[in-house]
Design a protein around this ligand. Structure first.
Ligand code: UD2
Ligand code: MN
Length: 582
């Protein structure tokens, strides 16, 4: 080969390589989500050109990480079955429920490595995943949790995760006081030979800051958060790691199964093949909705991950460095609540994405009530600490139009002190994050179907009857239920009503209506924001337009009722009084 031929062949080789690189770039850009992410946040994304292996679906073959079928075992709670105590254990059991919010006597009798049912859709068994997935630190934060539920969480992770993908289980103690979480816990985890690590907060930080600390201290490439009362499902880990392996700006969320807080039965929350995803209503309560067609149709298999606007909060995986790059959680959020939205809006608006992964299941004990207080962190906080968190989140991430919906739904929030959000706003700018309108159009497009734009309030506050001098009250009942009147006590959820321009009388996320039986608290009709009420400023009467009667207190028995309107009668007169949070 002479020198010219040599040059030519080199040139040819160079051209071929360039062509190949161009092709790779072109096809990589065909994924619309990846595309949006790439164009916006190249500085965060360090997508290498190194070839990524893809997951494969093989209907006639088991997936590569499928565990061998477990032999059925007998014993309390095995197979995820409910466990029933003897009658003489009842006292002890109810004591433990009031202490931990779950029946620890039942839990203590169940093996830490009990078997559970496979709640995944059958397709899941046939997915194979790359063998070079990133390693995860499973981070479990806890405050005063029960012993066996915490350790069963740990044991299930150890039992059901391929060891090559499990860097460690990192327990982060949020300043618990209970004796069993001290020395006894340190001694117990020694048997895991360093796979399980324990660190402790020097003071109570709340779960939000404690999770951020967990991520800072974790050693794995991915952090995977779990509550301290979970049991992970069969082959739960590779499906969560795979989307992060493909794109490090992805958060993945397992589908949550239920573990009964009284008998510890493990059962799916979702039945059948319908998939759900996390959304929210304008008071920032977490909601779930069937995956809309627009999203469902982007996938070939129903077992594939799908995009979701948000998530419940507790259980998710994320690239550790990415999580820290986007500022982890807003450190101004306190103890509990709203952090799921903060992280979700931030991820989506700043170029990442959230996927729910149907082939990864994790059971969680939903407690009947919260067994702990917010301690010192809640001191000096006017009003509800959770609403303060929501306010911080919406003030940072919502556009003005959407902020108004939150304040319409939660009028007292206007008065709450949310602290300083300058740093959050600066970060939002620095990361070049998109608007909330973009998020609503491209990601959370199903929210407005269920929770339409809110008409402004005409009035809000407690609603006091002039004659009876008492206030309209939900009486603390769940809908559907009869409403009543009681001593006016202002702040709280039972007496704070909103009457909007479209005639809806709302209290919290519920609505007031009436029928022949009386005045009722009902679940507001999904997708509607109107109602039957009309308030007359002059006579101070509240008319039910359909029944053509007025809200009144019966002069004889002092009961709430509807009567033919009598504008001169004080028993038919009501006044709204706005309430300042205490
Ligand atoms: C849900 C989430 C929870 C969290 C919360 C909102 C699920 C299944 N659970 O409530 O993870 O996102 O909504 O903030 O999605 N803990 C502390 N310090 C505290 C309080 C709690 O470390 O001050 C621990 C607690 O021991 C538990 C975890 O944080 O391991 C979550 O608390 P939870 O189980 O009481 O919250 P949950 O499930 O009601
Ligand atoms: Mn929990």
């Amino acid at each position: 080969m002479n020198i010219i031929q040599l040059r030519r062949s080199r040139l040819l080789r160079l051209l071929t390589v360039l062509l190949l690189v161009a092709c790779v770039l072109f096809f990589a850009n065909r994924n619309p989500v990846a595309n949006a992410v790439n164009s916006q946040n190249d500085h965060i994304k360090t997508n290498s050109l190194q070839a990524k292996k893809l997951s494969v679906f093989t209907p006639d073959k088991m997936g590569n990480f499928e565990p061998p079928v477990e032999a059925p075992r007998s014993g309390p709670g095995e197979g995820g079955k409910p466990h029933v105590l003897l009658p003489d254990q009842r006292n002890e059991a109810s004591q433990s429920i009031s202490e931990f919010g779950m029946n620890m006597v039942v839990s203590d009798e169940i093996s830490l490595s009990r078997t559970i049912s496979d709640t995944r859709t059958p397709e899941c068994k046939h997915w194979s995943y790359p063998d070079d997935l990133p390693k995860a630190s499973v981070v479990i934060v806890f405050h005063n949790e029960g012993w066996s539920t915490l350790l069963r969480t740990v044991q299930s992770v150890i039992d059901r995760s391929p060891p090559q993908f499990l860097e460690e289980v990192l327990l982060v103690d949020d300043f618990s006081e209970k004796a069993h979480l001290k020395r006894k816990l340190e001694d117990f985890i020694e048997k895991y030979n360093g796979k399980v690590r324990l660190i402790r907060n020097k003071e109570r930080e709340g779960l939000i800051r404690t999770r951020t600390r967990g991520a800072e201290e974790a050693r794995g490439e991915v952090v995977l958060f779990l509550d301290a009362h979970c049991e992970v499902g069969l082959n739960w880990l590779p499906p969560l790691l795979y989307p992060i392996y493909l794109d490090r700006t992805t958060m993945t969320v397992p589908l949550i199964d239920g573990i009964d807080h009284e008998n510890f039965e493990y059962r799916p929350v979702y039945q059948g093949e319908t998939n759900f995803r996390g959304i929210f209503e304008w008071g920032m309560l977490y909601k779930e909705n069937e995956v809309p067609e627009r999203e469902a149709q982007t996938r070939t298999y129903n077992s594939e991950p799908y995009k979701a606007p948000t998530h419940a909060g507790g259980l998710f995986a994320i690239d550790r460095a990415y999580f820290l790059e986007i500022g982890a959680y807003d450190p101004g959020l306190l103890v509990w609540g709203g952090e799921n939205f903060e992280l979700s809006f931030k991820i989506w608006q700043c170029g990442g994405k959230i996927l729910w992964v149907p082939c990864s299941r994790v059971g969680h004990v939903y407690r009947g009530f919260m067994p702990y207080t917010f301690g010192k962190l809640a001191a000096n906080k006017k009003g509800s600490l959770i609403t303060i968190n929501y306010k911080r989140v919406i003030e940072v991430w919502f556009d003005d139009k959407y902020k108004e919906f939150f304040y319409t739904r939660e009028p007292t929030a206007r008065f709450l002190d949310m602290g300083n959000i300058t740093q959050q706003l600066e970060m939002k700018k620095r990361l070049n994050c998109k608007s909330f309108a973009w998020f609503m159009e491209e990601v959370a497009y199903d929210v407005l179907d269920k929770y339409p734009e809110l008409p402004a309030n005409l009035h809000w506050g407690e609603l006091r009857n002039t004659a009876a001098r008492q206030c309209l009250d939900t009486m603390g009942h769940q809908p559907p239920s009869l409403m009543g009147i009681s001593h006016c006590h202002g702040f709280g959820n039972n007496q704070l009503f909103r009457l909007n321009k479209a005639g809806q009388l709302g209290v919290g996320e519920r609505c007031v209506n009436a029928d022949s039986q009386g005045v009722k608290l009902v679940v507001c009709r999904l997708g509607s924001v109107d109602g039957p009420w009309e308030y007359d400023e002059t006579s101070k009467t509240l008319l039910h337009k359909v029944l053509k009667r007025c809200l009144a207190v019966h002069p004889q028995n002092n009961h709430l009722t509807l009567l033919p309107c009598d504008t001169a009668n004080n028993y038919h007169r009501w006044e709204f009084r706005e309430i300042q949070p205490k």
